[in-house]
Design a protein around this ligand. Structure first.
Ligand SMILES: CNC(=O)c1c(C)[nH]c(/C=C2\C(=O)Nc3ccc(Cl)cc32)c1C
Length: 273
């Protein structure tokens, strides 16, 4: 713990508090996420260790970089040290745009979604077995000082799923839950594609694709898949991509490889690289 100086809390990550820290050896700005494993079963604890080990090996410019972990046995806490993203989370940025009624320009949207697709590809195609995120949402995507997009909490959410007591510490309507998850709780890499489609819709429309007062109502709307068009200022390419990613039947929903093979997508990647 004394390798780092704590600056202060900067956010409530999905499964624990995030604080900004400074590494004393080189004054590098970092963050750590504090996870209290006190109430965890042995199974959950070993799953947490497995998830952190997966996080350690993920190296991609669009995935939040893992640096270190500290286990504080006395207080039953684990601190996961990760890269600092000065731009904060995409959720806050969307809220700001909503307030100022200012839409993202189309080029920025393509840059964001392409980086996310590249992050997803590196995890869905991982040779040691695909990693599924399960919790893609604006609050889990971070921006660095150059507006590069970083997917956070990769893999951690696998242990913190609905049957974990920790899953309910973070509230919020599951706006991005896929039809197959609502139907039979089945989750696969196509579910990450659905959530990314919902995210793309929200970046364009500055509001989630489905609104409901109850989860039951949300489930119905999601399974119907009926949503508004994205604002007409955007190209049909963008609308086509949202529609493809939000295909209700996951067997017909494109894989990340298919999305990145699509000409109007791959062209944008080349333009933005
Ligand atoms: C108001 N909060 C912020 O502006 C903010 C900033 C500048 N950074 C963050 C969050 C993270 C950050 O900077 N790096 C992170 C790595 C993993 C996770 Cl789960 C979160 C972060 C936040 C929430």
């Amino acid at each position: 713990m004394d390798k780092y100086e704590v600056i202060g809390k900067i956010g409530k990550g999905s499964f624990g508090e995030v604080s900004k820290i400074i590494r004393k050896s080189d004054r590098k700005e970092l963050v750590w996420k504090e996870i209290n494993y006190g109430g965890m079963s042995e199974k959950e604890k070993s799953q947490l260790v497995a998830e952190v080990n997966i996080l350690r090996e993920l190296r991609h410019p669009n995935i939040v970089r893992y640096y270190d972990r500290i286990v504080d046995k006395k207080n039953a806490k684990i601190y996961i040290v990760m890269e600092f993203c000065a731009g904060g989370d995409l959720g806050s940025l969307i809220k700001k745009k909503q307030k100022s009624r200012e839409n993202f320009n189309e080029d920025t949207i393509w840059k964001i979604i392409m980086q996310l697709c590249l992050a997803l590809m590196s995890c869905h195609q991982r040779e040691k077995g695909k990693i599924i995120h399960r919790d893609i949402k604006p609050g889990n995507i971070f921006l660095d000082e150059n507006f590069n997009v970083k997917l956070g909490d990769f893999g951690l959410s696998r242990i913190m799923n609905e049957d974990s007591i920790y899953a309910y510490t973070h509230v919020g309507t599951p706006y991005y839950m896929s039809p197959e998850q609502f139907s039979d709780g089945k989750y696969n890499e196509k579910s990450d594609i659905w959530s990314t489609g919902c995210l793309l819709f929200e970046i364009c429309a500055l509001t989630p694709p489905f609104h409901a007062r109850t989860q039951a109502e949300l489930a119905l709307k999601v399974k119907e898949g009926l949503k508004e068009r994205i604002p007409k200022q955007y190209s049909s390419d963008l609308q086509l991509l949202v529609n493809a990613m939000m295909t209700v039947d996951y067997n017909r929903r494109p894989s990340i490889e298919e999305i990145l093979r699509n000409p109007f997508i791959s062209l944008r990647i080349k333009e933005n690289q």
